[in-house]
Design a protein. Structure first.
Length: 296
């Protein structure tokens, strides 16, 4: 027997209500699963240590993250599970190697990223903080034009996607009960340090040995006090050369090393290229930038 129009209307309204409740439940569940992220420029002595360029990248990264369902942007460290700091940006491998000059505190203890870097590579360096864990996310884009041509936006997109991949791999760890949010992190205290000139090295005989993978590590512990230890930033073109300090392997370039004051030998070894070596003088509480163009 056919139902009357009133019954059909009631059934339709009931179905609509069920669908609406299901949609609201799914949306609420999606909101709950989101990770709270605070995106900011560096801070120093209580002030935001930023420039227009850094603020542009902050805006670009926030825009990219806002379009991803995994993230919920927040306006401060309080309540943030992840703090993402847009530490620096620039063009070229030399500028990238010098990025720690005035922002060293943010890179201390961080897992650093490396990748192909040439004179016209645009890059944005960020540091993610989750409790005491720190990791650099690097966005980079190389083209042949003299202007950026959207390179900064591409860098922001890479950073957002890399952060998304990291979140997907570590979601269970982030959501464990009892894990405090990143708002309890101690604020990094980057310090300005004098910079020594770039070091010019000598090119040696072609290297015929394939360097064995060496875990990134710091040089032998110094007997000097922490205040007197110097920093050596090592970069090369191309990236990936094995670094030897005083004949001891210390990882691969680019890298940031802590060394005691005095004379040190630096050697870069990369299969298919000539060995590169130089002597550097390290002073306490200062940075020496070592940059090498490897030759075949």
């Amino acid at each position: 027997m056919a139902s009357c129009p009133r019954e059909r209307c009631a059934i339709g309204s009931f179905c609509y209500l069920v669908v609406l409740l299901f949609w609201l439940s799914a949306a609420s569940s999606g909101q709950t699963d989101r990770i709270n992220v605070f995106v900011s420029a560096p801070t120093r002595n209580g002030f935001v240590d930023t420039t227009k360029e850094i603020q542009d990248s902050v805006k670009n990264v926030r825009t990219k993250l806002s379009h991803m369902k995994e993230f919920q942007l927040v306006d401060g460290r309080n309540g943030a599970e992840i703090v993402l700091t847009i530490v620096s940006r620039g063009v070229g491998s030399t500028a990238y190697g010098q990025r720690v000059t005035y922002t060293e505190g943010y890179y201390t203890g961080a897992t650093l990223e490396s990748g192909p870097m040439v004179a016209n590579t645009y890059w944005v360096s960020t540091v993610m903080e989750v409790e005491q864990y720190r990791k650099e996310f690097l966005g980079r884009y190389t083209h042949e034009y003299s202007s950026s041509m959207g390179a900064w936006t591409i860098c922001a997109d890479q950073i957002a996607k890399n952060l998304k991949s990291w979140i997907q791999a570590n979601r269970e760890q982030l959501k464990q009960p009892g894990v405090p949010s990143s708002s309890r992190l101690q604020e990094a205290q980057p310090t300005s340090m004098p910079v020594s000139p770039l070091v010019k090295g000598q090119v040696g005989a072609p290297n015929q040995l394939m360097p064995l993978p060496v875990a990134e590590k710091k040089h032998a512990p110094s007997t000097e006090s922490a205040d007197n230890v110097g920093t050596v930033s090592v970069t090369c073109n191309p990236d990936g050369a094995e670094i030897f300090i005083d004949s001891i392997g210390t990882g691969r370039a680019p890298a940031i090393l802590k060394l005691k004051p005095g004379e040190h030998s630096v050697q870069l070894v990369l299969h298919g290229y000539r060995d590169w070596s130089s002597q550097v003088t390290v002073k306490g509480n200062s940075i020496v930038n070592v940059s090498a163009n490897l030759e075949k």
